[in-house]
Design a protein around this ligand. Sequence first.
Ligand code: ATP
Length: 367
Amino acid sequence: MASVVFDRVSKQYDDVFAVKDLSLAIADREFLVLVGPSGCGKTTSLRMLAGLESATQGEIRIGDRYVNDLPAKDRDIAMVFQSYALYPHMSVYENMAFGLQLRGMPKSEIQQRVQAAATQLGIEALLHRKPKALSGGQRQRVAVGRAIVRNPAVFLMDEPLSNLDAKLRVQARTELSKLHRDLNATFVYVTHDQVEAMTMGTRIAVLNDGMLQQVDTPQNLYNHPKNVFVASFIGSPSMNFFEGTLRRDGETLSASTSSFELPISIRRSRPFQGHVNSAVIIGIRPENIYDPKCIPPGIRTIPIEATVTVTEQMGSEIVAYLVTPDGVDFVARVDRRSAIQVGQTIRLAMDSEQFHFFDRQTEYVLA
Ligand code: ATP
């Protein structure tokens, strides 16, 4: 098994930088997810690691080997593609065995490896079938099986679940996480879906516009986003943002917006001292906004007045879309017992300890 390093790696196509100056160290046996919106450079990063694209600049290392000049077949990686790329004229067995045959592996060992992978993935009964006679979920497993039999140092996966329906995707997510534990291998996984990233990654690298925004554990990304992009990308529904200004009133600080006034406790105020009178963006997640009749004990809140425009009954909660009197839209995930109604103007309660503050110019967190 092996670690992976991108050291100041860039990829340029004519005048487009698909990836800009990417530095990322992935530990041995880590499940690292590359996540970001369409076109952010995830697939290009993965393809450079796989040896399917060359880097314009920078170094890529797998284990202690510099691999920039190494052909894909010699990199000791196996890739699972979004399309699965199964050979339609071959059976499942042949699809899984093909790469090993090309390497000249003895037949008995191939048989043993394919059988073991098929058992691990629960597809033994499908080995004689052709891909067209498989469901989407079964094809996905065959594609993973084809990677497993190679016993690679690093598994590379490019949106392998995106062709599955929502329910199957959830099941496949847990299966892949379990597989990662069982194989004890390094996984580099590309997705645009932040839920997939949050549920599977031991760490997540968030990309935007070819640039790495932040790399951290799911929990740290959620609790401590470094900038507005990460704050809005991680979490669903997204964090709400309000434009405001930091003010000093004697010893205390407050954040002032057209929708609410937020006193900042002395304990929390240290990072903000240098930003008094600065323009800021104030973020709060939908789950930190409450119907005032359903506030959990021990939470200190500040009010915000708004009119409810849409409600979505989720069963376990209600997602309410609201607009403030001065036209700022925001979202709250309120208690399922809330009697919140479309058209109603109410005062919601925001948890005063759960705000995030960003510089309006740089969009970086105030720290
Ligand atoms: P998606 O989720 O849509 O697959 P992505 O994050 O994987 O997106 P990439 O496929 O890595 O993004 O593409 C990054 C950028 O590089 C995009 O702007 C894309 O148009 C550009 N790009 C990718 N491949 C090429 C190419 N062969 N020639 C020119 N531009 C390319």
